[in-house]
Design a protein around this ligand. Structure first.
Ligand code: GTP
Ligand code: MG
Length: 578
């Protein structure tokens, strides 16, 4: 609760103006029937047109005031709740941005999407409703009760019977429906997970002709949501006719008893009509109250889910970094007895006692069988994951002591599972450096051997990429990703299998351009092909999470069995091809 109050504070003006203006409307609504009764009693019964006109004019003026109050109240209420919702959404999104990979895995992307959209909307709508109703409904209830009792206390006894019954019905309904709404929200999650996974991977789904399976999965999630929704709404639907029945019973009793009073002359006719209106107002505001509680139960469920995100502990953060102002200057890398597991419970570590030193400006190749831990090893440098034991040093400083921004600015990494975003090619490249000049962008693209094919597109650098960069080829995508990393002018550049879809000749030209452009930067190249790493200063051979050899191409050919094996298997293939 305290958390949400904090979000209301900047808009405290709207938060108070909204309900206060609603009070104007409610006062009008409560006095209106009384004016009407006066017209009947004093004007119609006495045949006094002057009185009717005066009273009528007063009512018109009151209506105008009411309208202004109502419109203003709705306006400020909406303004307050929309601003409130936007701020909450902003902060939840910002929090998600700080999440490490482990946090995202825990929530799942689909659930995060639901929380950011549906759950925020839920509490925003509730805030809006609350602002409009929080003074209006109790105001109307109390006002109408007061007026009814003042008009005819004996007749008001009808309420003493009907109201407790209605309150009882409402309490039961709310008790039953509370948990149902919470369940409904988790079903929305389930649906979003299914939709999100399907849409991001629609190409794979199609190529494996899995549409039927996916449709089935969706149908199940959709069905679950439907029945959860029906279940929750069903109770409310049932409540409506029961409440209407009681309302009509109340009106009927009032007409029955009140009618007799009118006939006996102990109650003016106008008072009876006003009384009926007050009864309706009282019972309506009771129903309104139940609606507010119902909506509150949904909002509470949503606010819990949002709090879970906001309170999530992010292990991988730079809060305790001791050298936040430090930037990566040279690009020296050192691994000291590094151990790493993806799950605490796994028996075998993915990285086992890694010790390495890479000097600034060196080009280092990493080679090894698939799944041996190459990607994991380099992920430790920009701190995509934290080591379990040992330490990783950059320029002699533990990576945990850098601010994440400075560390990741200094380390350019082209991920193995690389992605581009929807937007123009130029916008995508600018991820590397927002302030790059046009010349810098072209230069980076040229180094990555991307400039030629970009210029061949009709729109050149302005060509729009689809989501995930679907409209360029695999090799083109890799080259765009390299260009994007080059624009950062990183002190350490890591290419994780980033030229696997690029032909050998083009790849050689990319390597050649590194020698000029990134002379002083440390370059780490993970590759499957020996040809990609053979002229590196040092080649690291990995096997099963361990470093099994280090040296130049010639040295390793001489004394490393695993390297020889890879080399000769690839040579054979080259020969067969030739
Ligand atoms: P290739 O890219 O295929 O050449 O393999 P690699 O040498 O880059 O292997 P990588 O470092 O990606 O994986 C090493 C081991 O860690 C493998 O046994 C994977 O199953 C495991 N692994 C990799 N990524 C993850 C991850 O995100 N989560 C978990 N739990 N395990 C992972
Ligand atoms: Mg890999």
């Amino acid at each position: 609760m305290k958390r949400w109050l904090k979000y209301a504070r900047p808009y405290v003006k709207y938060f108070t103006l909204g309900p206060l203006l609603m009070i104007v409307e409610v006062i009008g609504e409560v006095v209106m029937p009384k004016f009407f009764a006066n017209i009947i009693n004093g004007g119609v019964a006495n045949q006094n047109p002057g009185y009717v006109i005066t009273m009528g004019l007063i009512m018109v003026a009151a209506s105008l005031l009411m309208m202004m109050g109502g419109v203003g109240g709705c306006y400020y209420g909406a303004k307050a709740s929309i601003n409130f919702g936007a701020d909450v959404r902003r902060d939840v999104f910002a929090k998600v941005q700080t999440f490490g990979f482990a946090n995202i895995d825990k929530f799942s992307t689909g659930s995060l999407v639901t929380r950011l959209t549906n759950d925020v909307t839920q509490i925003q709508n509730f805030t809006n409703m609350l602002l409009r109703m929080c003074l209006r409904t109790p105001g109307m209830l109390i006002g109408a009760l007061y007026m009814a009792i003042r008009l005819n206390a004996r007749l008001a006894l009808v309420l003493a019977v009907i109201m407790p019954i209605m309150i009882l019905v409402m309490t039961v309904v709310m008790k039953v429906s509370f948990p149902k709404f919470t369940r409904m929200q988790t079903m929305v999650d389930g649906l979003n997970v299914s939709v999100q996974e399907n849409l991001t991977n629609i190409r794979v789904v199609k190529s494996f002709v899995r549409e039927d399976y996916e449709e089935d999965r969706f149908r199940k999630a959709n069905g679950n949501l439907k029945s959860a929704g029906m279940d929750a709404i069903g109770v409310i639907i049932l409540m409506m006719p029961v409440m209407t029945l009681f309302m009509n019973l109340a009106s009927l009793s009032v007409i029955w008893f009140g009618g007799r009073m009118v006939l006996l002359g102990s109650m003016p006719l106008g008072d009876l009509t006003a009384f009926i209106t007050y009864i309706t107002q009282i019972l309506m505001s009771l129903m309104m109250l139940s609606m507010i509680f119902m909506s509150a139960s949904r909002a509470v469920a949503s606010s819990k889910r949002l709090s879970e995100v906001l309170d999530e502990h992010v292990a991988l953060s730079d809060e305790n970094a001791s050298r936040k102002d430090l930037k990566v200057e040279k690009g020296r890398i050192e691994f000291k007895h590094v151990f790493f597991r993806y799950y605490e419970t796994s028996e075998e570590p993915v990285l086992e006692d890694i010790n390495l030193t890479i000097e600034p400006g060196q080009t280092v190749g990493i080679i090894g069988s698939t799944g041996c831990g190459k990607t994991t090893l380099v992920s430790m440098i920009p701190r995509l994951y934290d080591v379990d034991e040992g330490e990783v040093l950059v320029d002699g400083v533990n990576v945990k002591d850098y601010s994440l921004t400075h560390l990741r600015d200094g380390v350019g990494m082209v991920l193995q599972k690389n992605v581009l975003f929807s937007g123009s090619i130029e916008k995508n490249l600018r991820w590397g450096n927002q302030h790059a000049t046009e010349e810098e962008i072209t230069a980076a693209a040229k180094s990555a051997q991307a400039d030629d094919f970009i210029r061949n597109f009709t729109d050149g650098y302005q060509m729009e990429l689809g989501q995930g960069g679907v409209n360029v080829s695999g090799g083109q995508k890799q080259r765009l990703c390299i260009a994007r990393a080059l624009l950062k002018k990183p002190k350490i550049l890591i290419l994780d299998d980033s030229t696997s879809a690029v032909d050998t000749a083009t790849e050689a030209r990319i390597r050649q351009s590194f020698k000029g452009e990134l002379k002083d930067s440390t370059k780490i190249i993970i590759a499957q092909r020996i040809s990609s790493v053979r002229d590196a200063d040092t080649i690291i051979v990995m096997d099963d999470g361990k470093v099994t050899g280090m040296g130049t191409h010639e040295e390793l050919l001489e004394n490393n069995e695993a390297y020889q094996e890879i080399y000769y298997s690839q040579m054979d293939r080259e020969e067969v091809r030739a």
